[in-house]
Ligand binder design. Structure first.
Ligand SMILES: *Cc1c(COP(=O)(O)O)cnc(C)c1O
Length: 433
């Protein structure tokens, strides 16, 4: 087990250094995001070592979790692949240097052009539905190579505690619903008629999904693949098990771990590890969530109806999920003083509000925290996935800068991963006259 205390120590040192270097200037850059480069190396090492050495596995990071090109490039450097679900993500992955053998294209609504591009460039492709399969049939008939094509199944194993994040319910939009009348037979026939259908894909979802439910979905994919292989030995060569490790947003620990996931899969789907199949994984949030944080200066403080409120620059534009679904996506908020040291002020119940012009723009409600003061720094940890990397354009707020930081024994160094968006750029993306 890794010492999780070090993650907090690195974060504290980064906050202090960022303030000292003026990266959180109260006037010019009151909000910024930070990526822990040492943390990424630690997490990817844990991922790579959690999976047994004797299986052929490609860990394709789900780009939507954090598609900043320098982040993707770091993950590539650590030996990961990349799962993309749109032309934008594919372009970002290419810009990060991923070669075709390390890319996987998913998405339930691939356009004709996306399909042609993927096949032509020999990028692994997971088909979502029977109509898409017919489209690919026509492309194959036209001579496009089908080197690594699979079909996504919906194992319909049930939903977790966050319905919007659950991808394997009865009526979920993804994949071929395997338990619907006739579908299993129809899909078996589809594989029997197409020797180039050689992969099976499943993604059950992660946040709010117990590992056992995730593994049940994977077991369904394995069972289907073996059914194909009984009829046509060796046809299904690989299983893409999707993402699916939830993140604990309540502390600095990784829980569950990649090793926990592998152990659960080993007991629910032992044949996955038999050597019959190559494996692709598509972990997203579990790779990046704990390796990023948002920091904002407090612009003003006030009380309203007796409630202490700190007005900051971190709101829905960088934390849309938490603001719109606070019960499903609670985040910790940590208080630091204006010099970037952990605050020692008295604890008080407060709201931590963002800058957007709607009342619900709160990162924390009635949270007991050291009483915040103007120019203090609030830090929102565990936001390295799906937060600042996919900003929301509300109120025309610009995208904050993202800095990578590297903490060594005696120094903290920063580098820009994404520059702050300028107001001119905001205007430029608004439809220029
Ligand atoms: C979002 C997604 C992932 C990544 O999920 P996480 O919850 O971030 O691990 C993987 N595969 C597919 C198809 C996805 O849509």
């Amino acid at each position: 087990m890794r010492d999780h205390h070090v993650r907090r120590v690195r974060r504290d040192r980064a906050v202090r250094a960022a303030v000292a270097e003026g990266l959180l200037d109260p006037h010019d850059t009151p909000v910024a995001a930070f990526v822990d480069i040492v943390g990424i190396a630690e997490t990817t090492r844990e991922l790579l070592t959690a999976w047994p050495e004797d299986v052929d596995v490609l860990h394709a990071f789900a780009a939507k979790a954090n598609a900043l090109v320098p982040v993707l490039a770091m993950l590539r450097g650590q030996g990961l692949g990349c799962e993309v679900s749109s032309p934008g993500e594919l372009a970002q992955a290419r810009a990060a240097g991923f070669s075709a053998e390390r890319l996987v294209l998913d998405s339930p609504a691939k356009s004709q052009r996306e399909l042609e591009d993927a096949l032509r460039n020999r990028i692994a492709l997971n088909i979502d539905n029977f109509e898409e399969l017919e489209r690919v049939d026509r492309l194959v008939a036209d001579g496009f190579p089908a080197v690594r094509v699979g079909v996504r199944i919906n194992p319909q194993v049930g939903i977790g505690s966050i319905e919007a994040m659950s991808t394997a319910g009865q009526t979920t939009k993804f994949g071929v619903a395997l338990a619907d009348p006739g579908n299993r037979e129809r899909l078996l026939r589809a594989y029997a008629e197409r020797s180039w259908l050689r992969w099976v894909h499943v993604h059950v979802g992660s946040q709010g999904i117990p590992l056992e439910l995730n593994a049940e979905g994977v077991a369904e994919a394995v069972a289907f693949a073996r059914e194909v292989n009984v009829l046509r030995p060796g046809q299904v060569e690989g299983i893409d098990i999707g993402g699916g490790l939830p993140v604990d947003f309540s502390g600095d620990e990784d829980s569950p771990t990649f090793a926990d996931h592998v152990a659960t899969l080993r007991s629910a789907a032992p044949e996955l590890f038999s050597g019959e199949f190559r494996i692709v994984t598509e972990y997203g949030r579990s790779v990046m969530a704990k390796n990023g944080f948002i920091a904002s200066r407090v612009e003003y403080t006030k009380t309203s109806g007796g409630r202490a409120i700190a007005l900051t620059h971190a709101g829905a534009q960088v934390a849309a999920r938490t603001v719109f679904a606070p019960d499903a996506w609670p985040l910790r908020v940590l208080a630091y003083d204006r010099s970037g040291l952990p605050s020692t002020a008295e604890l008080e119940v407060q709201d931590v509000a963002g800058p957007c012009c709607f009342a619900g723009d709160l990162l924390a409600r009635e949270r007991k925290l050291p009483l915040l003061a103007t120019e203090d720094v609030v830090v929102v940890p565990d936001t390295g996935a799906y937060y600042f990397s996919s900003p929301f354009g509300y109120n025309s707020l610009p995208m904050p800068p993202v800095f990578g930081f590297e903490v060594t024994a005696d120094a903290v160094t920063f580098r820009v991963l994404r520059p702050a968006e300028s107001i001119d750029e905001v205007v430029a993306r608004s439809g220029v006259l």
